[in-house]
Design a protein around this ligand. Structure first.
Ligand code: ZN
Length: 93
């Protein structure tokens, strides 16, 4: 009787794990689909390239959407950085 109960328990655990694994694989598959840009998105990016701005600290060019902006309150000038670390270094020097 005890053996039968153990077998039933192990079977339930295996079934539950299979269901979890199936859901996880489905989730991974859906995530991969959304990461891949569609043909329209690829064409749009090729036709309308994003503007690039130079980091005020290191001079590296970065896309406008990824740039970290800082507006000087006294001069109202926009300064752009590639990272928060470079923004801190720029103002600490
Ligand atoms: Zn930089």
């Amino acid at each position: 009787m005890k053996f039968f109960l153990w077998c039933a328990f192990i079977l339930l655990v295996v079934l539950a794990l299979r269901k979890k694994l199936r859901l996880w694989l489905q989730h991974q598959k859906n995530q991969r689909r959304t990461d891949i840009p569609t043909q329209t998105q690829v064409e749009m990016r090729a036709k309308h390239p994003e503007a690039m701005l130079a980091c005020a600290h290191c001079g590296m060019y970065i896309p406008v959407s990824e740039a970290i902006r800082h507006t000087d309150l006294d001069t109202h000038n926009d300064v752009v950085f590639c990272s928060t670390a470079h923004r801190q270094q720029y103002f600490s020097s």
